[in-house]
Design a protein around this ligand. Structure first.
Ligand SMILES: Nc1ncnc2c1ncn2[C@@H]1O[C@H](COP(=O)(O)OP(=O)(O)O)[C@@H](O)[C@H]1O
Ligand SMILES: [Mg+2]
Length: 265
């Protein structure tokens, strides 16, 4: 079971779109794929037609269930319209976790432990992260073998990328782990100077962590989200969908880090 997290502290850079579209392609290959919505805003949950405001079970439940068995976990997981694609939804209660848990020890591995118990049920897990640093982000980083960082090809987004990498370095230092990462330029518009120039800056500055492709701007993503389907399932030939198919291909060809943390049963 591969576990990837999609994170960036900046909002609106394409995190949820990346999780949904990569997950869609992964499922389309017949790989049982679980999307974990760890953003209290619940955009991914909403994408698939569930309402984070009224759900009382989901990722939040994991934090109140110290040793869930697989049956309890599977109960939290919802279907989508796509074969082999499942969602563990967010609920708005997620937003209260940081206040409730504070700096309580041992809360950083809740998701890691839950996913260990789902080994064998899924081939791929993709975690959609919240845009802020806190117990959810720390859990997502600890649980994943690879981090996908979407960055919008515009100058303001580059600052956000620096902030994200800085946060990551801090967490890695505190936890003594190193998470392999890949930066994915998104919403690239080849007709605009800003896109071209910012892509060049990203390539100069972050070369060794950067995916060689780009996700182009594609208005069909909006239509796909309106219909609650991954773009690859809705319009496989769309440029945006094709970009994520290539990204998935690339990611599957990489060797992921071994699960970074030793987890007690
Ligand atoms: N490549 C793209 N081309 C056009 N629109 C996009 C693209 N990627 C994302 N979007 C749109 O941009 C908005 C923000 O994307 P989203 O994935 O929700 O970002 P985040 O999760 O980082 O906040 C959404 O309306 C989404 O449909
Ligand atoms: Mg999002």
């Amino acid at each position: 079971m591969k576990v990837w997290s999609v994170a960036n502290q900046k909002g609106g850079v394409g995190k949820t779109t990346t999780a949904v579209t990569l997950g869609g392609w992964s499922a389309a290959r017949g790989r049982r794929t679980l999307l974990l919505d760890m953003d209290p805003h619940g955009s991914l949950t909403t994408y698939f037609g569930y309402d984070a405001d009224t759900l009382d079970k989901g990722v939040y439940t994991l934090f109140g269930t110290p040793a869930p068995d697989p049956a309890q976990l599977l109960q939290l997981i919802r279907d989508t319209r796509e074969a082999d694609l499942f969602v563990l939804p967010a609920s708005t209660a997620l937003a209260t976790l940081d206040r409730q848990l504070g700096a309580r020890d041992g809360m950083g591995l809740v998701v890691t432990r839950a996913l260990h118990r789902l080994q064998g049920y899924f081939d791929q897990v993709i975690i959609d992260c919240p845009p802020m640093l806190g117990v959810l982000m720390v859990n997502a980083l600890a649980a994943c073998e690879r981090l996908i960082i979407p960055v919008q090809t515009e100058f303001l987004a580059i600052k956000g990328l620096e902030r994200m990498l800085h946060t990551l370095a801090m967490i890695e230092q505190a936890r003594g782990l190193r998470v392999p990462r890949i930066i994915v330029p998104t919403m690239f518009d080849r007709r605009t100077r800003a896109s071209i120039d910012s892509l060049r800056v990203i390539r100069d500055r972050f070369d060794e962590q950067l995916w060689s492709g780009v996700v182009p701007i594609d208005t069909q993503f909006r239509e796909a989200s309106r219909l609650g389907r991954p773009l690859g399932q809705l319009t496989p030939g769309a440029r945006g969908a094709q970009a994520y198919a290539k990204l998935l291909q690339h990611l599957l060809a990489q060797r992921d880090a071994p699960q970074s943390t030793a987890v007690a049963s």
